[in-house]
Each structure stands twice: as structure tokens, then as C-alpha cells.
Design a protein around this ligand. Structure first.
Ligand code: NAD
Length: 487
């Protein structure tokens, strides 16, 4: 697949490509153009040029186009979903839900496009007035990871376009294909040429150009905390606006008065959806001592029923990890925990059988007796392995939950809503779910405390990050009564 720049499919300047492999089979799905600095520059120039007109387009027109994009994407959800599963690995049903979530985000921000407004102040009646208006930031560089290539594109593209910005998108080299397709669909929906450009290629090349080119005014980044640090450093030289959505190590607390069956389902969903490769996956599970044995029994039964396989096969509940490097890290984390005394309750290995030989599969894994210094606790475990802890009370649970450098999400399960609300105040995380697995919704701001990033995506707050505030002072008195030189 070629690069999508200025409304056209173009080869990279070098004509180089790279293979995109199916993580379930190892087969090449397609080749993507390997963008270089010059390609990124060309896309930035196109976005800068398109900004002149797009930023002056009526908000109702931008809304109409975004609604149209949502529809075009929904019409293609089956084909897009298949492609996403082929390059990312997640089960087809999850891929289709992801495509739908992109469309839902477009709908939400289409609605907001016509509600942007500033304020007007009367400072001195009849003499000095001021208008405070919101204006788009300019060209936005959107850097996307491989775990949710489409929904996370939507989180950036939809508010950026609603606010009147233009974009250069850099997908992950593991999952560039579906993102590249979205450029074409955007144009089909009426997004003018140059407003959305997609350049696949390495972060160190295409990403660096986005960071260093002064015509890019904002970087919207989702990815690892370590990469986020580099982005922050690089963005500082031009004081670029940045939003960083980084890693997490989300705790899930199950109290002794929780609806256990519901909480078990929540933990299965929370840890094993997308093969555990979600920033808000449940990464540490805390069970009140009184219900720990019963919960664990039900949970392990559920985990053992998870059918692992190629995401395109019907009935498969969990696909492979997206890439070999990621699986290796998960294996090393499990190994490290075991060396420090952990017990593997289920999983802890690759599945056996010919159908698994060429993919990055790993069995859903549950560990108990995990030492808190283990890597699986201290770092982000981006895969299907879960350490489980027993706690005496809420005090202990909250203390352990907060004992991490991350602060993305947290969940608490209890029938006592007052207790849950109190815990929500004390949990150090950008999002708290009460009796719910981690589900993001377009209406609700999303982002992290501590080293999970800063800034917010989604919701009204998400839109703010794509707008500058411009203050316009107006002296309508027509004379110099209010000021004189020298003052
Ligand atoms: P990653 O940081 O390796 O890569 C993310 C993107 O950044 C890719 O497109 C990559 O090519 C690019 N990149 C890498 N180095 C770069 C550089 N020096 N300059 C510019 N761009 C660069 O992350 P990943 O492995 O693709 O994604 C998984 C991570 O994303 C996990 O840590 C996960 O928790 C996090 N994540 C966070 C959220 C959130 O909203 N907080 C959501 C999803 C994923």
C-alpha cells in the first residue's frame, strides 16, 4: 500500500516498502511504502497548504463531512475489520467493534464542531470590548501505536478536523494498512485533499520529521511511556503542543460485597480483550481475602475456556500478540515472576499445535504469590498475563493500587456505591470504573495521571487540545482617552 498524501496514493520517495505480516500466521498481508523524511515533509506541506482553506470552512460543513466519514466507515466495517485482524491479530468481532468506535468518535465530534464558541467581554462600556475566540492549532502530527490503530486514530482525527486543523498521521509500522485506508475513506467522505495525510514509516524517521518540522504545531501521541519521554524532549525545542497517552498498570479491586459473577466477567474482559494489549487492560488484580478463593475458582474456569487462535476463525476469543518482541517481553516477565516465587495457576506457556507454530500466540496466564518487586508488577505487562493479590481491606487495596509510576485507569467492584465513590477519590488514575470493565466512551475525557501521560483525549476536554485561545482587544472609543504616551 502506498502513502496517502494530498488526496492521492503515492510511492515513497525512495520507492522502498516493508512487509506487514499477519501475527497469527506469519504470512505477509501486504507491503507498505516506507516513508522517509522527504515524504513526511511533503505531507506536512500538503497539510499546511490545506489548512488555509479548511480552517476557514464553516463549522456546519466540517460537521457534515465528519458525519459522512462515520457513515462511509460503517459501510466498510466488514472489510476494514478483516484487514485490521490480519495485521493486528485481534478477533474479527473486536476489529469490527474498533471500526465502529472510530465512527462513533466521528459522530460525537461532528456534533461538537458547531458548538465551538468563545466569549465576548465588555471591559469599559462603549469603549473597550474584548472577544475571546477559539481557533485551530494548525498542522497536527498524529502518532499511532499498533494495539488500537483505528480507534486511537479516531481519537485524534475527529477532534482535530472538528476544530479546523489538518493532519499528518504516522501509523505504527506493525499496523499501517488499515490506517492508510482511512485516508482514502476520508477523502471519499468529502474531506478535502491534504487535510488528512497518512505516512507509514519508522518512528525515528517519519516521527522525527513530525517532531522537528516547525510547520507541525501539535503532536498527538499514543504509545509507550519510554517513547513519550523522547517525544516530550524533542517537542521542547519548538515548544510544540503535545498530548501524551502512555502506558498503564491498571489495578482492579474486587471487594467482599461485589457481585462476583459480574466481576469475574469484568476481569476476563479487562485482561484478555485484545490479547491483553490495551493501555487500560487490568494489569493487577486485588481480591478481598474473604472472596478470593471463590473468585479465583470461577475466574480460572473462565480463563481456561478462552479459545486462542487466528482471529479470523469463528469462535476464537483471543488472537496472538501483535509481534514477537512483545511476546518475548511477556514471557520474560512471567519467567521473572516465577523466579521470584510466583505460582502459575494457568497458562504460562505458548499453546501447542501446528496452527500455532507460525504465530505469536501465548496462553492466557494467571499468577499468584507474586512478589511486588517483579517486573510484571513494576512495568507495564502488555499481554495476557495477570498477577493476582489478596488484600485484607480497602485501605490495603488502595495503597497497593497506587504503588506504581502509572496512573491511567483503575476499577473497583462492590455493591456499596458510597464506598466505591470514596475509593474513586483516592485512586490515583485518570479514569475510574465502578462495576465496569475499562470501556472508553467518546463523551468522557480519557488520559493519565503520573507517568501515564498528560492532556486528555475524548470529551469536550479532548477538543480543547486542538484549539488555541485568541484574545482580541477592541478599543471602539475612537480616541486616546484611555492611554497616552508616555504612560
Ligand atoms: P511505541 O511507543 O513503541 O510506538 C508508538 C508510535 O510511536 C509508533 O507509531 C512508533 O513508530 C512511534 N515512535 C516510536 N519512536 C518514536 C520516536 N522516537 N519519535 C516519533 N515517533 C516514534 O508504542 P506501541 O508499542 O506501538 O504501543 C503500545 C503502548 O501504547 C503501550 O505502552 C500502551 O499502554 C500505550 N497505549 C496507551 C494508550 C493511552 O491512551 N494511554 C492507548 C493505547 C496504547
Amino acid at each position: 500500500m502506498k502513502l496517502f498524501i494530498s488526496g492521492e496514493w503515492v510511492d515513497s520517495a525512495s520507492r522502498e516498502t516493508f512487509p506487514v505480516a499477519n501475527p497469527a500466521t506469519g504470512e505477509v498481508v501486504d507491503y507498505a511504502a516506507k516513508g522517509a523524511r522527504d515524504d513526511a515533509k511533503k505531507a506536512i506541506d500538503a497539510a499546511k497548504d490545506a489548512f488555509k482553506k479548511w480552517s476557514l470552512t464553516a463549522s456546519a460543513e466540517r460537521a457534515r463531512i465528519l458525519y459522512g466519514l462515520a457513515e462511509v466507515v460503517r459501510e466498510s466495517k466488514e472489510a476494514l475489520g478483516r484487514l485490521l485482524t490480519q495485521e493486528q491479530g485481534k478477533p474479527l468481532r473486536e476489529s469490527i467493534l474498533e471500526i465502529e468506535s472510530f465512527a462513533n468518535t466521528c459522530d460525537y465530534y461532528a456534533g461538537l464542531a458547531t458548538k465551538l464558541h468563545g466569549t465576548s467581554l465588555v471591559i469599559t462600556p462603549g469603549k473597550v470590548h474584548a472577544d475571546i475566540v477559539k481557533v485551530p492549532v494548525g498542522v497536527v502530527g498524529a502518532i499511532i501505536p499498533w494495539n488500537f490503530p483505528i480507534s486511537l486514530l479516531g481519537w485524534k482525527l475527529a477532534p482535530a478536523l472538528a476544530a479546523g486543523n489538518t493532519l499528518v498521521v504516522k501509523p505504527s509500522t506493525n499496523t499501517p494498512l488499515t490506517d492508510l485506508k482511512m485516508g482514502e475513506l476520508a477523502n471519499k467522505a468529502g474531506v478535502p485533499a491534504g487535510v488528512v495525510n497518512i505516512v507509514s514509516g519508522p518512528g525515528s524517521v517519519v516521527g522525527s520529521e513530525l517532531l522537528e518540522n516547525p510547520d507541525v504545531r501539535k503532536i498527538a501521541f499514543t504509545g509507550e511511556t519510554a517513547t513519550g519521554r523522547e517525544i516530550m524532549r524533542a517537542a521542547s525545542s519548538q515548544i510544540k503542543r503535545i498530548t501524551l497517552e502512555l502506558g498503564g498498570s491498571d489495578p482492579m479491586i474486587v471487594c467482599d460485597d461485589a457481585e462476583l459473577d459480574l466481576a469475574v466477567e469484568g476481569a476476563l474482559w479487562g485482561r484478555f480483550r485484545n490479547c491483553g494489549q490495551s493501555c487500560t487492560s487490568v494489569k493487577r488484580l486485588f481480591l478481598f481475602r474473604k472472596i478470593a478463593a471463590e473468585f479465583l475458582e470461577k475466574f480460572l474456569a473462565g480463563v481456561r475456556e478462552i479459545r486462542v487462535g487466528n482471529g479470523l476463525e469463528p469462535g476464537v476469543m483471543m488472537g496472538p500478540l501483535n509481534n514477537g518482541a512483545q511476546r518475548k517481553i511477556v514471557e520474560e516477565m512471567v519467567q521473572d515472576a516465577v523466579e521470584k516465587g510466583a505460582q502459575i495457576m494457568t497458562g504460562g506457556d505458548r499453546p501447542r499445535g501446528r496452527e500455532f507454530e507460525s504465530g505469536f500466540f501465548y496462553m492466557p496466564t494467571v499468577l499468584t504469590h507474586v512478589d511486588y518487586s517483579s517486573r510484571i508488577v513494576r512495568e507495564e505487562c502488555f499481554g495476557p498475563a495477570l498477577p493476582v493479590f489478596t488484600v485484607d481491606d480497602l485501605e490495603e487495596a488502595i495503597e497497593m493500587a497506587n504503588d506504581t509510576v502509572y496512573g491511567l485507569g483503575s476499577s473497583i467492584w462492590t455493591k456499596d456505591i458510597a464506598k466505591a465513590r470514596m475509593a474513586a477519590e483516592r485512586l490515583e488514575a485518570g479514569t475510574i470504573w465502578i462495576n465496569s470493565p475499562p470501556i472508553a466512551r467518546p463523551e468522557v475525557p480519557f488520559g493519565g495521571f503520573k507517568q501515564s501521560g498528560f492532556g486528555r483525549e475524548l470529551g469536550l476536554e479532548g477538543l480543547e487540545h486542538y484549539l488555541e485561545t485568541k484574545s482580541i482587544h477592541k478599543d471602539i472609543s475612537g480616541n486616546q482617552k484611555l492611554w497616552k504616551y508616555p504612560p
